[in-house]
Design a protein around this ligand. Structure first.
Ligand code: CO
Length: 132
């Protein structure tokens, strides 16, 4: 059901500084950049094999990522697992009685379909199901 790690998301205060770190430290470049208006975030995706590092910064004070940064500072925000069928994967999680953030799959960045699973039922890790 989980085919690959789609991305590891890191919340950052300064997207340009984070991109510069990855470029300077590892010589890697951003492959895709997108403002996700509905989530009030901007992402910069750096390819690692078939997966990505997703650098994530808020675009508004009321963004959930703003609140995360205020509370916990920069760092690991969520892990995205690639799934062949987001709806099917989400239904299974719900059917097992685990709390979810998204009751239904919704559009994500890069034309994906996504759904978030609540960290409180998942050992403190925010999980995103990502259907390419
Ligand atoms: Co994500």
């Amino acid at each position: 059901m989980l085919s690959e790690i789609d991305h590891v998301a890191i919340a950052v205060n300064d997207l340009e500084a984070a991109i510069a770190f990855y470029k300077n430290a590892f010589g890697v470049e951003v492959e895709h950049r997108e403002v996700i208006v509905s989530d009030l975030v901007e992402e910069a995706m750096i390819k690692v094999g078939t997966s990505y590092i997703q650098l994530l910064s808020p675009t508004a004070p009321e963004s959930p990522v703003s609140k995360f940064l205020e509370k916990r500072g920069e760092g690991l925000h969520h892990v995205g697992y690639r799934v062949p069928d987001c709806q099917e994967a989400l239904e299974r999680v719900k059917g097992e009685g685990y709390p979810v953030i998204d009751q239904l799959p919704r559009p994500g960045s890069r034309g994906t379909t996504v759904a978030f699973i609540h960290p409180k039922g998942a050992m403190g890790t925010l999980i995103e199901l990502v259907q390419p």
